[in-house]
Design a protein around this ligand. Sequence first.
Ligand code: TPP
Length: 335
Amino acid sequence: MEKVEEIPKETLLEIYKTMHKIRTYEETLAEWYYKGKTPRFDISAGPIPGELHLSSGQESAAVGVCMHLKPEDALIGTHRAHHFAIAKGVDLKKMTAEIFGKATGLSRGKGGHMHLFDANVNFSCSGIVGASFPQAVGVGIAAKLKGEDYVAVAVGGDGAANQGTFHEALNLAAIWKLPVIFVIEDNSWAISVPKEKSTAVAKNSERAAGYGIPGVSVDGADVIAVYEVAKEAVKRARRGEGPSLIEIKVYRLRGHFEGDPQHYRPKEDLELARQKDPLMNFEKLLLEKGIATEDELNKIKEENIREVQEAIDFAVNSPYPEPEEALKGVFTGGE
Ligand SMILES: Cc1ncc(C[n+]2csc(CCOP(=O)(O)OP(=O)(O)O)c2C)c(N)n1
């Protein structure tokens, strides 16, 4: 495994920049989400109506994996997918407009935060838990039939790993040696259900043996460890050697959804998440090893704050779709 000193500084700063951008984006989004929803939480009120699942604390999974992907590679995320969308290079302005339900959004405001699609970088996600796995298998079949070297990444949570789709997809990808990387983000919880109550093995990576494919478990508190593990899995898929399963142990810094009172969650669990914060850990590492200076990191932070603000401004100032838009882009009776 490469040591952090052996990775080019440019790459390390890109990893930092993307992780910090994701964190800044989501913290800013949360502020906007609560506008109109306080003091009494009303999920339908405010500029971002509906649910909002944030990924704070899980940035390392997205950045560690996506650093190895090209725009041609497909990534299929979950209901909690902003971090993967940003790391995959989804247009931040259009993504934000989509989350605000505006006509300038990725899907003209009809998808919302759980249904982000950007064909330019082959990104998609959905609110159907476990839907990503078979979709990635489909992309893998297409790549193999066309003889091209793009890969598909399917992301799911520890809860999703108990859906039938996960097991069927692993089996099919394994027997057909498809270029698919299955990523389980284990944040210990499926809403309020702890992993140990739903999953018979401690690590989902152990399940890979049942399908004859490599399975690796990695600590998401260390983005470089994720980066290294993902590098091998992507290379293997591109070489035509078949799928891999990676379980990334991540720590959820916020509730399942915004507004979640988290009564089910022991205080120590949140405390652990704070200690395992991959962004804080990586920033510390860059400074302690003398890889970057505070000034360099501050400059990156300022650039991110500016970019996030521009995306929010774009969304806020964009118009809502016209009512007729509801009949467009549908399967029957529309255009
Ligand atoms: C097929 C399906 N069943 C149930 C739900 C309701 N649901 C939404 S999120 C969630 C928990 C998912 O947990 P996990 O896969 O661990 O992801 P996390 O939310 O922890 O990121 C459930 C059951 C759903 N959206 N889709």
